[in-house]
Design a protein around this ligand. Structure first.
Ligand SMILES: [Zn+2]
Length: 109
């Protein structure tokens, strides 16, 4: 496996509740194919994999991962989203306040 994808899978696994862990492998497989087509995409793969997995989780849990930003008026009541949606160094971000909450892979320090 491409080292960037292996690192991304490890990071997303840290953020993911154990109950949703089975959703990771199919997403990693899809991104392995994508990365094989476009090697330059390596720096984007962490943010993309997190979004792929979030989309899969949202089929069963639309609020994952719950916002924990202390200044947010809707804390614990909405999902964080990955910013930037296409770029390196992605963060789980509260879109109500616009504040980054944790890097992808760092939700549970
Ligand atoms: Zn929020």
């Amino acid at each position: 496996m491409h080292p960037a994808l292996a690192a991304a899978a490890e990071a997303v696994r840290r953020d993911l509740p154990p109950a949703h862990a089975p959703l990771l492998d199919p997403a990693v497989e899809q991104r392995a194919w994508w990365l094989a087509q476009w090697e330059d995409g390596a720096e984007l793969v962490l943010g993309l994999l997190a979004q792929d997995v979030q989309e899969a989780v949202h089929a069963v849990d639309p609020d994952w991962p719950a916002c924990t930003e202390s200044s947010c008026p809707a804390r614990e009541a909405h999902a964080l989203f990955v910013e930037p949606d296409l770029g390196p160094d992605p963060f789980w971000t509260c879109h109500r306040t616009g504040l980054p909450v944790a890097p992808v892979g760092g939700l549970h320090p």
